[in-house]
Design a protein around this ligand. Sequence first.
Ligand code: FAD
Length: 382
Amino acid sequence: MSERDEIAVVGAGLAGCLLACYLARRGYPVALYERRPDPRVGTPERGRSINLALADRGLDALRRIGLEEQVLADALPMRGRMIHPVVGEPQLQPYSASGDLAINSIGRGALNNTLLEAATKLPGVRVAFDHRLVGLDPATGEMTFETPQGTVTAHAQVVLGADGAGSAVRGQLLEHDLLTESADFLDYGYKELTIPPLGGDFALDPGALHIWPRGTSMMIALPNPDRSFTCTLFWPTHGTASFASLGSKAAIERYFAQHYPDVPPLAPTLVDDYQHNPIGLLGTVRCDPWQAGGRVGLLGDAAHAIVPFYGQGANCAFEDVVELDRCLDECADDWSAALPLFQQRRQDNAEAIAQMALTNFVEMRDKVASPVYQTRKKIEHA
Ligand code: FAD
């Protein structure tokens, strides 16, 4: 058994589970605290499946610890984007001239479960589910959790917040005046719909990321291994042509028939999905610094949540884990040096992708449909 002090990782999401794997490989005992019950045994939340486009940046982090193949077993390669106009046939825009380059469609739940499974198999990793962090003393590493059995406390030499965009760890640092934060929400939200298999097969080309660009809004669809597609509407939350504007079954049916005419015949549960699935928020979270006293650190969405339009939030969180591991190497596991170095190396990159993700929303919902854009892409690939 290792003689190192136990590290607390708050949040057994994508970043937290991968981080636990990397830390265990360095010889640290790891306590992974997660507010939810074990996701491997429950039913997923309705309308929150979230398919991710996992790209090479994220795969690199998995490859380094031998998890790439296992993860890709649940993924489907998408070699281009398929643009669905209101009138006419869908057009494929390949991601590369050769058609070889692909990003991979994977359900966030499947990816999370694989990483959680990998973490729990490593010696020294223990997971405490149903533990919601509600208090943290950044000076001592004393943590307070709400659990079904009541409030419990725990202590760690180093506490790492991988608890997502609404990070409680970040909230505690804010409460102790140890950081500043900003959260910029779009006037857009997202809602999921399902296109089930058709006659036992995919209803659309499973080798593409499907986009229905509609100027001020859009829908995308990513394939799943069970031959269904998860569609995500990115629409304004209020005003005309928004989530709020479609109040009745008839209005929903009329709107889709007019603006997404190829979808209703493929989506038998469209109205039910639309009426009952939740609307998710979309925003960019920035904070500074990402650490306090070399004892508490933030990574992944907890440090830098971004809008999903470049498909890079999880990829970026995985890159964080690799960089933190590298910083620990370079600082001989001196956390008070490694955590500031980690922020120095990652913060500009996180800001760059945050801005690119906002810009790409305009590209996806509008520019990809323009004839000028399509001609330019053909020239680039010629
Ligand atoms: P999370 O995955 O949010 O994990 C945080 C974990 O912490 C959760 O398990 C949560 O339950 C737990 N937690 C929260 N609070 C507490 C607490 N108080 N105590 C204990 N535990 C707590 N990224 C991509 O790379 N490609 C994509 O194509 C892509 N598409 C997306 C589409 C949508 C619609 C959305 C919303 C996001 C998308 N993302 C994508 C972004 C991606 O989902 C996130 O960047 C990624 O999940 C961040 O991982 P994380 O581990 O930092 O946070």
